[in-house]
Design a protein around this ligand. Structure first.
Ligand code: BGC
Length: 750
């Protein structure tokens, strides 16, 4: 398969590059860190805990005055440990030279950047990639991001975001793996492996960062930065598991979070950072604050001023202050006044320095910025192929009740309608800091390589005003110019492909929505086109689950195409024309209406779950309770049949589950076989279903395969409110199928 080939190419490239790597042992590193710490002044140690955003002009002469000069002076005095948002051979080198040649001890900087879904070559947004349920593909995506960004001098990414969220109103669901902690943990680990590789000192691997610790995905009302008030049950069973998995996988850094968690700002939470992360989990890397989140302790009404904020944060275990100035301005004084123990500073500086040693920065501070690699690897054709491969695996066929898909390459009279169909920017999604604007392959471009028998009409303008990362998109709500042309085209066509949804800048940080419908006039356009031609293939491009209730009732074929990155149009065309049989499954439930939010398939059963002739049971009076498209849902051009589910308790809390899966359709296809359990009776009520295993298989038409799962204590147990892990004897249900609804069921006793 193509991806195997790509993997080989990437692996061989890495082997060549690995030649210069170092193999320092942990003991070596610890003793080097200790001897360096002995030479450092208190101020220099605090410097290692200080991270600046590199907004000054690093290519020009050092600024002569003002704030930028202050930062530059700090750099020269060894008071800066890390810089973010500086990338590119020249810029990185220039700053690194200052750190290495002009400071007293020559300690190199660590350069951080949000390499979230690719660097120059942009991959699907993380939520989309998660729909692939393909751990190899996801690891490869992170690997490419590491290869490209490392060539530009980056040695640390602020990814993966492993925040679980059940609320599609929250804009940052685009950056995560969806609603399920089990799937989310696997995806987080795959991404960490991709970024960090086998050897952190290799020139093409970078340190990863599990963020945002913790609870950020449970912002009340889905409103970004809002308070988080969750039970200990939710904290331990839903929020923390992906972070724990990240720590166990050896992630080098954590980022804390903007939100309060049950009344305490996460950045100032010793419970999260000291007790759980560094205590229970024994995490040895360092914790960076989120952007100025130490200073924000004041806005949270938790600290009176910067100085107190610094004191709280360092005591709570935040090791590095991102662009917050609280540490650099106050920690030294706090130690001198005896308010902060110098041992805390030593510990934080030690953690930062250890990662720098592990990255190999002390052996060669310039190893990550390399002009030749920069020229060779950015947008490399193997990276483009990998991006297309992951993108097609991320597409989810939500509904296909007509014979419209797959389309024939000879199909005549196709209409392509919708503002996003010809958009080269929006598919790049939310985090594309290093990509050039308008570099995605649009749908219109992608279709051409299969079939040119189509005409395009925009139908409606998407937005009025600026479309940038820092601005709010102003959606066109009034201008219907283009409606008539689109209707005429639809009327005279045999089939209509409509691409509608959200702009790439409508999800991500600071982009919460109270409505999760098709923005602007797009719903109106859809209904008007439907009135003249019902043969519609609706492609939904979005950074979150949208409310597709109307479309589901009327439109025969619906495909979730998210924001798929640089290769978007090519990947969608691969699926539309059947070159790739869709295999994506939803990592997050699509609700029937925004009023159902937050929601998840992992609900508890209520005391009143069964419908009653009177109104007094748990339901909505105006809407169904279940999701429109539940977690795990996704169709294929072929069909799969599940049978012969066999469960065998092997003793010692181990249970083997086997199921037979047959491809009963006409084409070859891939299927994500999903295993869910329900603990029937427990000392804490367990959800009606929980994903505890999955495997993606590939089957030729007519072929079958037996898939075997092993359930162990890890899958069968749960956390109680005190955070203790329990495995309780008793009856369990097991369900195996191609989604979280339906499938084969069986029982076992533990
Ligand atoms: C975000 C982080 C990000 C950081 C640096 C913050 O606003 O919450 O996820 O890594 O900025 O760009």
């Amino acid at each position: 398969m193509l991806w195997k080939k790509i993997k080989r190419i990437l692996a061989s490239a890495s082997l060549v590059l690995l030649a210069a790597q170092s193999f320092a042992s942990n003991d070596d590193i610890d003793s080097k860190v200790d001897s360096l710490l002995e030479k450092m002044t208190l101020a220099e140690k605090i410097g290692q805990m200080n991270q600046y955003n590199g907004f000054w002009d690093a290519t020009g002469p050092a600024p002569e005055e003002g704030f930028a000069k202050l930062k530059y002076d700090h750099l020269r005095s060894g008071l800066v440990g890390s810089v973010l948002n500086v990338s590119g051979y020249e810029r990185v080198r220039e700053l690194q030279e200052v750190a290495v040649n002009e400071t007293r001890l020559g300690i190199p900087l660590i350069f951080g950047l949000d390499v979230i879904h690719g660097h120059k070559t942009i991959f699907p947004i993380p939520l989309a990639e998660s729909a692939s349920w393909d751990m190899d593909a996801i690891e490869r995506s992170a690997r490419v991001g590491a290869v490209e960004s490392a060539a530009q001098g980056i040695n640390w990414t602020f990814a993966p975001m492993v925040d679980i969220s059940e609320d599609a109103r929250w804009g940052r669901v685009a950056e995560g793996a969806g609603e399920d902690p089990y799937l989310g943990a696997h995806i987080g680990v795959a991404r960490i492996k991709g970024f960090q590789g086998e050897d952190l000192a290799a020139v093409d691997t970078i340190a990863a960062c599990a963020k945002h610790f913790a609870g950020y995905g449970f912002a009340e009302g889905g409103r970004d930065y809002n308070r988080v008030d969750v039970s200990p049950y939710t904290l331990h069973n839903t929020i923390l598991p992906p972070f724990k998995a990240a720590a166990e996988a050896g992630v080098k850094t954590f980022m804390n979070s903007f939100n309060t968690l049950n009344g305490i700002p996460a950045t100032g939470s010793a419970f999260l950072q000291r007790e759980i992360l560094k205590g229970k989990w024994g995490f040895e890397g360092f914790v960076v604050s989120d952007w100025a989140s130490i200073r924000e302790l004041i806005a949270h009404s938790y600290a009176e001023d910067d100085k107190q904020a610094a004191e709280i944060a360092v005591k709570a275990g935040s090791d590095m202050d991102m662009e917050g100035y609280a540490y650099i301005n106050h920690l030294e004084q706090l130690v001198k006044e005896g308010k902060v123990d110098e041992a805390l500073i030593n510990d934080a500086a030690r953690r930062v320095l250890r990662v720098k040693f592990e990255l190999g920065l002390f052996e060669d501070p310039y190893r990550y910025s390399n002009q030749e690699r920069e020229q060779e690897w950015l947008n490399h054709k193997t990276h483009m192929a990998a991006a297309r491969d992951v993108a097609k695996r991320s597409i989810v066929l939500l509904k296909n009740e007509s014979s419209l898909l797959p389309l024939s390459k000879k199909q005549k009279n196709i209409a392509v309608i919708g503002p996003l169909a010809n958009d080269k920017n929006s598919p790049l999604g939310t985090w594309r800091v290093s990509a050039d604007d308008n570099t995605a392959i649009s749908l219109v471009e992608g279709l051409k390589q299969y079939n040119e028998n189509f005409q395009y009409e925009q139908g409606v303008k998407f937005s009025v005003g600026k479309e940038t990362f820092a601005d709010q998109i102003e959606v066109n709500e009034t201008d219907r110019t283009g409606f008539e042309e689109a209707k005429q085209l639809a009327q005279s066509s045999d089939v209509v492909i409509m691409m509608l949804g959200e702009h790439g800048f409508q999800s991500g940080e600071g982009r919460s929505r109270t409505k999760i419908d098709l923005p602007g006039l797009q719903q109106e356009l859809l209904e008007e086109i439907y009135a003249v031609n019902k043969n519609i293939i609706l492609l939904v491009s979005s950074g979150r689950p949208l409310d597709l209730s109307w479309a589901h009732k009327h439109i025969p074929t619906i495909v979730q195409t998210w924001q798929l990155g640089t290769q978007s149009g090519n990947a969608i065309a691969d699926v539309l024309f059947g070159e790739y049989n869709p295999s994506g499954k939803l990592p997050m439930s699509f609700p029937r209406s925004v009023g159902q939010l937050p929601t998840t398939y992992r609900l508890f059963s209520t005391g009143r779950g069964t419908p009653k002739p009177v109104v007094f049971w748990s339901h909505y009076i105006d809407e169904e309770s279940d999701a429109l498209y539940p977690f795990g849902h996704g169709l294929s051009y072929t069909t799969f049949e599940y049978s012969k589910l066999k469960v065998k308790a092997l003793g010692e809390n181990r249970v083997q589950v086997k199921v037979n899966v047959k491809n009963t359709g006409k084409s070859a296809g891939e299927e994500v076989v999903q295993l869910y359990i329900r603990d029937r009776f427990a000392s804490t009520v367990r959800p009606v279903k929980e994903l505890k295993g999955f495997e993606k298989i590939s089957l030729a038409s007519g072929k079958s395969k037996t898939v075997t799962f092993m359930l162990t204590e890890k899958e069968l147990g749960f956390y109680n409110a005190k955070g203790e892990f329990l495995v309780e004897k008793g009856a369990f249900d097991v369900m195996v199928g191609g989604g979280s609804v339906g499938g084969e069921t069986a029982q076992f006793e533990l």
